[in-house]
Design a protein around this ligand. Structure first.
Ligand code: 3PG
Length: 388
């Protein structure tokens, strides 16, 4: 893949696709991680003397209509603060953009453009006509084959991977292509069904696979234990058994909790109790792994050389059910292993336990991070590779 940092951008019109799809609350950006992550790329292009146009989507608006709720205006405001310069938001840009070298503008939500979602070639050509160089830096959207992520790469005079995208790909390759072993993955979340492909693909790669949340509950049920009223998927018990058998056959270990934290209700103040995993009552809800399990997992993390983390192992938003996630977060922070973490909830946990500086790499991708871990080629990355 051609890298943006290898190009001479002086005087060039550079269109940079970022993933600035950030949460907006009451007209203000409530978490600016993705904006912050894009800054080095934008500064590099500006310092190199490029005329910079930044493009992103926000949410999933209807194409063909402008709506204030889906406008990138809050992102432009935050970007202006972070860059320390006014970032104009350009609403109509498909026929050309007025931007000079050393200037930077933000183009309005590209998902408002008709044809964006279905990777329309005419729209991709119009994006391409805006610039001399198209830079794909939106790792978080690289799993979408859309006009601004995939189509334009094929149409642009020159297309390159941006520093953020390349850093993400480099970190993922380090964790998965030739990882230092043992390689341990933590996959947690509410449903086995949404992470089935991920679990199946990781079983062939990892030495240990720690499961958490509703996923772990299905595995606990597959071991023949009762899970009470806990979230789990009875239909997937056989699948969980097969994943465990596959793992055993490949010499990988999927540990299951020996103790859990339960409550009667899904509420922050619902009294919590710790129980052995085979003593869960019919009206119990499993909301976290127990302390004995958390310590055992922490030791595994200590021995690992590579850790991939996606998903908190308990309901960490509630103080009483966050100990498991907190223990694993600190184990990751203290471990010498190369660690990579991704996904919205995981990033929130990293923030809450203050370990951001101690994680090897924090991905800006949610769906893209998962698809990469599943072993899928991301369409935008494939298009960049095809251009050489
Ligand atoms: C994300 O937040 O995962 C990306 O920005 C992609 O958004 P999408 O799922 O709406 O395509």
């Amino acid at each position: 893949i051609l890298r943006m940092t290898d190009l001479d951008l002086a005087g060039k019109r550079v269109l940079i696709r970022q993933d600035l799809n950030v949460p907006v609350d009451d007209g203000r950006v409530s978490s600016d991680q993705r904006i912050t992550a894009s800054l080095p790329t934008l500064r590099h292009a500006l310092d190199a003397g490029a005329a910079v146009m930044v493009m992103s989507h926000l949410g999933r608006p209807r194409e063909g209509v402008w709506s204030e709720a889906d406008s990138l205006a809050p992102v432009a405001a935050r970007l202006s603060e972070l860059l320390g310069r006014e970032v104009p938001l350009v609403r109509n840009y498909l026929d050309g953009v007025d931007v000079a070298p050393g200037q930077l503008v933000l183009l309005e939500n590209c998902r408002m453009n008709p044809g964006e979602g279905k990777d329309d070639e005419t729209l991709a050509k119009r994006y391409a006509a805006l610039c001399d160089v198209f830079v794909m830096d939106a790792f978080g959207t690289a799993h979408r084959a859309q006009a601004s992520t995939h189509g334009v790469i094929r149409q642009a005079k020159q297309a390159a991977g941006g520093p953020l995208l390349m850093a993400e790909l480099d970190a993922l390759a380090k964790a998965l292509d030739k990882p230092a072993r043992p390689l341990l993955a933590i996959v947690a979340g509410s449903k086995v069904s949404t992470k089935l492909e991920l679990l199946s693909s990781l079983v062939g790669k990892v030495d240990q696979l720690i499961v958490g949340g509703g996923i772990a509950n299905t595995f606990i049920a597959a071991m023949g234990h009762g899970v009470g009223k806990s979230l789990y998927e009875p239909d997937l018990i056989d699948t969980a058994k097969k994943i465990m058998a596959d793992a055993r056959a490949r010499g990988a270990d999927i540990p299951v909790p020996t103790d859990v934290v339960v409550a009667r209700e899904f509420k922050a103040d619902s009294p919590a109790s710790i129980k052995p995993v085979d003593r869960v009552a019919d009206d119990d809800l499993i909301l976290d792994i127990g302390p004995e399990t958390a310590s055992r997992y922490a030791l595994m993390i200590e021995d690992a050389r590579t850790v991939v983390w996606n998903g908190p192992v308990g309901v960490f938003e509630f103080e009483a059910f966050g100990r498991g996630t907190e223990t694993l977060a600190h184990a990751i922070a203290e471990s010498d292993a190369f660690s990579i973490a991704g996904g919205g909830d995981t990033l929130a946990a990293i923030d809450k336990y203050g370990i951001a500086d101690d994680v090897g790499y924090i991905s800006t991708g949610g769906g893209a991070f998962l698809e990469f871990l599943e072993g899928k080629e991301l369409p935008a990355v494939a298009a960049l590779r095809a251009r050489g």
